[in-house]
Design a protein around this ligand. Structure first.
Ligand code: NAP
Ligand code: G4F
Length: 338
C-alpha cells in the first residue's frame, strides 16, 4: 500500500505542484478545498480527471482552516500518513486590510490542525507527520544577510506575525508531544501558476498582455524591494524531503541569490523586447505600511542534510513565466476574435 497524504491549500500554486509530485511517487493524495461560488480548481483539474475508471488520483474534501470540527472530520476520514499544511491567506499586502482574518486562518488555523492530529494520533496510536508552510517573511526586518534557521524573526506584517505564531506552535507540538512536525521556511517561489496579484506574475502577465495589445500600462508599488526568488516546482520537492527524514526539523529553502523588483522587470520586459521604463508606473496603493526590504536565504542545512538544491535559475524562471503568459495572452486575443 502506498502512503496517504492530505494537502490543505491544494488549489494554490504550491498545492498543485505538490499533489503532482506525490501522485508521481505513488501516494493517494487528498486535498482540502474551500466552498466558493465559482470553481477554484483550475490548477488541479488535470489530476482529478480519472484516466482509469474508478481510480481517481486526487480526492477533494470541503473544509476550512477556520473550522476545527471540519478539520477533525477530514483527518478521521482520510487517515493520512502525512499532512502538508499549505492553506493560507498568503498575500502580505492584503493581510494589512484583513489582519484578524489572516491571523485566524494562518495562525490559529495551524493550531486547530495540530490539535486534530495530536488527538487522532493519541486515540489511534498513529504517528501522522505534519509539514507547516513557513515563510521567509518571518525574518522581516532582517537581523543578518543571508538569513538561516537561527536568524531571529522580526515580522513586518499581520501575515508574517501569524506565520511566526504558526512556526512556534509547530515547534512546540514537536517538543511537547513528540509529533513529527517540520517547518519549511521557504523563500519566495514562483511559477506560471503563481497567483496573478503577486509581483512576479503581475509583471509577466502584464508584460505579455502589453506585448499583444491587450493592456497599456502596469502599475506597481515598491520597485526597490529585493527577494530571493526560486521555482515552486523545486520547492515542493524540499517539502517532501523534509517529511522523509528520520528526525523532524526546520529548514530554510532558498536559492541564495537576491534580486530587486527592477531586475525582474528588466529581464521580463527585455524578453519581449519592451522597455519597462516607458510602460510601468508607481501607484502608492501597492505600497505596504511596513516593508521587508531584502530577503536572501542560506539553505546550507537543506543542501547538506536533505540533498536538496534548486534546479531552475532566476533567468530561467523569468523566461518560463514570460513565455507561459505570452501564450495565455495570445489565447485571450484569439478568444476575443482579435
Ligand atoms: P496560494 O497560491 O495563495 O494558495 C493558498 C491556498 O490556501 C489556496 O488553495 C487557498 O484556497 C487556500 N486557502 C486560503 N484560505 C483558506 C482557508 N481559510 N481554509 C482553507 N484553505 C484556504 O499560496 P502558495 O503560494 O501556494 O503558498 C502555499 C503556502 O506556502 C501558503 O501557506 C503560503 O503562505 C506559504 N508560502 C508561500 C511562499 C511563496 O513564495 N509562494 C513562500 C513561503 C511560504 P483558494 O484557492 O480557495 O483561495
Ligand atoms: O510578490 P509579493 O506580493 O510577495 P511577498 O510579499 O514577498 O510575499 C510572498 O512571499 C512570501 C515569502 O517571502 C510568502 F510567504 C508570501 O505568502 C508570498 O508568497 O511582493 C514581493 C515584493 C514586495 O516587496 C512588494 O512590496 O514586491 C513588491 N511589490 C512592488 N509592487 C509588489 C508590487 N508586490 C505586489 N504583490 N504587487 C505590486 O504591485
Amino acid at each position: 500500500m502506498g502512503k496517504v497524504a492530505l494537502i490543505t491549500g491544494v488549489t494554490g500554486q504550491d498545492g498543485s505542484y505538490l499533489a503532482e509530485l506525490l501522485i508521481s511517487k505513488g501516494y493517494a493524495v487528498h486535498g482540502m478545498v474551500r466552498r466558493s461560488s465559482s470553481f477554484a480548481t483550475g490548477r488541479i483539474d488535470h489530476m482529478r480527471r480519472s484516466f482509469e475508471p474508478g481510480k481517481q488520483r486526487l480526492e477533494l474534501h470541503y473544509g476550512d482552516m477556520g473550522d476545527a470540527t471540519g478539520l477533525r472530520g477530514i483527518i478521521e476520514k482520510v487517515q493520512p500518513d502525512e499532512v502538508y499544511n499549505l492553506a493560507a491567506q498568503s498575500h502580505v499586502r492584503i493581510s494589512f486590510d484583513q489582519p484578524e482574518y489572516t491571523a485566524d486562518v494562518v495562525g490559529l488555523g495551524v493550531l486547530r490542525l495540530l490539535e486534530a492530529i495530536r488527538d487522532y494520533n493519541q486515540r489511534h496510536n498513529r504517528a501522522i507527520r505534519f509539514y507547516q508552510a513557513g515563510s521567509s517573511e518571518m525574518f522581516g526586518k532582517v537581523a543578518e544577510v543571508p538569513q538561516r534557521e537561527t536568524t531571529p524573526f522580526h515580522p513586518r506584517s499581520p501575515y508574517a506575525c501569524a506565520k511566526a505564531y504558526a512556526h512556534w506552535q509547530t515547534v512546540n507540538y514537536r517538543e511537547a508531544y513528540g509529533l513529527f512536525a517540520v517547518n519549511g521556511i521557504l523563500f519566495n517561489h514562483e511559477s506560471p501558476r503563481r497567483g496573478e496579484n503577486f509581483v512576479t506574475r503581475k509583471i509577466t502577465r502584464s508584460a505579455a498582455r502589453i506585448k499583444v495589445g491587450l493592456q497599456q500600462k502596469l502599475m506597481l508599488g515598491n520597485l526597490d524591494a529585493k527577494r530571493d526568488w526560486g521555482f515552486a516546482g523545486d520547492y515542493v520537492e524540499a517539502m517532501w524531503m523534509m517529511m522523509q527524514q528520520p528526525e523532524p526539523g526546520d529548514y530554510v529553502i532558498a536559492t541564495g541569490e537576491t534580486h530587486s523588483v527592477r531586475e525582474f522587470l528588466d529581464l521580463a520586459f527585455d524578453r519581449l523586447k519592451l522597455d519597462w521604463r516607458e510602460l510601468v508606473g508607481v501607484d502608492p496603493r501597492y505600497m505596504r505600511p511596513s516593508e521587508v526590504d531584502i530577503l536572501c536565504g542560506d539553505s546550507s542545512k537543506a543542501r547538506s542534510l536533505l540533498g536538496w538544491k534548486p534546479r531552475v535559475s532566476f533567468e530561467e524562471l523569468v523566461a518560463m513565466m514570460v513565455d507561459a503568459d505570452l501564450e495565455l495572452a495570445q489565447m485571450e486575443l484569439r478568444s476575443r476574435g482579435l
